[in-house]
Design a protein around this ligand. Structure first.
Ligand code: KG4
Ligand code: ZN
Length: 341
């Protein structure tokens, strides 16, 4: 089954071509530079850039896969959650192509995409990972932070989520407070390596509560009030210490709840994914936790499978196609910015 996948939920215009769950090509046109000077994603700018890039990105993905549109059988597109006007560009393009070329169409949940990013295979079918169910997935990005019980592929139950900011969003906001660029996560990671993580005292919100929900806004506020009176030079001299302290608090919060939920649900496999999983320190800490819990853990194989991409949308499309979950009336497929499980 040859699949064309499209993803435009935020600030990356992405297309991928797969043969079943094996990736033939993966194209990402990042808009980071366009949004950086505004310190975050500007929806109108994102929409315009998606509209300019969507066709070339799809054409490049097809070309790199050595296929033409006529040879594609299924088109999978991110339906939500995400920025409404950004999602609309991908959904409209997918509909247009599916109708024009008479292809099957599948709407995909972006968060399911992040979970199944763990199952992206290369052209040779590697790695051949087998998830044992139930699995417990943690997806951590700039738009969402969720703990999801995976009973089977396609069968999900959200068992915990952030009540306010996403973990990546918290890292981005802290970076902004320190006068660093956007997105903050990778910059904070780089600086944190050289800093003292005990430099400030920051809370671990909700860590003593029994549920598996997260909160990052208290952490951000505490950070803000502790540095707000500081002269610029003091912040500048302590960027590494501040980054290390903030990152450690975010990762502790993530790990505390992941561990609690693992003890409660006793999953057979752990999964972790989302943009923040590009962080090597977080990956290291998750591997250590998995060892301690004597449970295997999967994390996306490549850096570009953590942050937004269409390969992960294609894998969801593949499993939905196996279950024949095609859109019945192609014209009616609509973006759903608040799509949930
Ligand atoms: O999954 P993603 O590309 O987009 C959303 O669905 O939100 O995630 C983007 C988020 C941003 O908040 C960014 O700062 C964070 O992932 N991120 C990182 C790293 N790379 C990206 N956070 C920590 N360390 C990184 N290396
Ligand atoms: Zn995402």
């Amino acid at each position: 089954m040859k699949i064309l996948a499209i993803e435009t939920s935020c600030d990356d215009t992405c297309a991928a071509v797969l043969e079943n769950d094996c990736l033939l090509s993966n194209v990402i046109s990042s808009q980071t530079d366009l949004h950086a000077k505004w310190g975050g994603v500007v929806p109108d700018i994102a929409k315009r850039a998606h509209m300019e890039n969507i066709e070339p990105v799809i054409n490049t993905a097809l070309k790199r896969a050595h296929l033409i549109m006529e040879e594609i059988e299924v088109i999978a597109v991110t339906q939500g959650p995400g920025l409404a006007i950004a999602l609309g560009v991908g959904v409209n393009k997918a509909k247009e192509l599916a109708i024009k070329y008479n292809k099957k169409l599948i709407g995909v949940n972006h968060v399911e995409g992040h979970i199944l990013a763990n199952l992206i295979k290369n052209k040779l079918g590697k790695p051949d990972r087998e998830i044992e169910f139930p699995a417990l997935a943690m997806t951590v990005s700039g738009g969402h932070t969720k703990l999801i019980l995976v009973e089977a592929i396609g069968k999900y139950k959200v068992v915990g989520e952030t009540l306010d900011d996403a973990a990546g969003e918290a890292l981005d906001k802290a970076a902004k407070m320190m006068g660093l660029g956007y997105p903050g996560g990778p910059i904070v990671e780089r600086l944190a390596k050289m800093g003292d993580k005990n430099y400030l005292k920051l809370p671990r919100p909700l860590s003593t509560q029994k549920n598996f929900d997260y909160s990052f806004s208290g952490l951000k506020t505490s950070f803000y009030y502790q540095i707000k009176e500081w002269p610029k030079e003091k912040i500048g001299e302590n960027l590494a210490n501040l980054s290390a302290t903030f990152q450690d608090a975010v990762f502790d919060s993530l790990l505390i709840k992941f561990k609690k939920a693992t003890e409660f649900y006793k999953p057979k496999t752990l999964l972790a994914s989302g943009g923040v999983l590009a962080n090597m320190e977080l990956r290291k800490r998750l591997r250590k936790l998995a060892k301690e819990m004597k449970t295997p853990i999967f994390m996306p194989m490549k850096k570009e499978f953590n942050t937004d991409n269409a390969a992960m949308i294609g894998v969801v499309g593949y499993y939905k196609a196996l279950r024949k979950e095609f859109v019945k009336d192609k014209e009616s497929l609509d973006r759903d910015p608040r799509l949930n499980f």
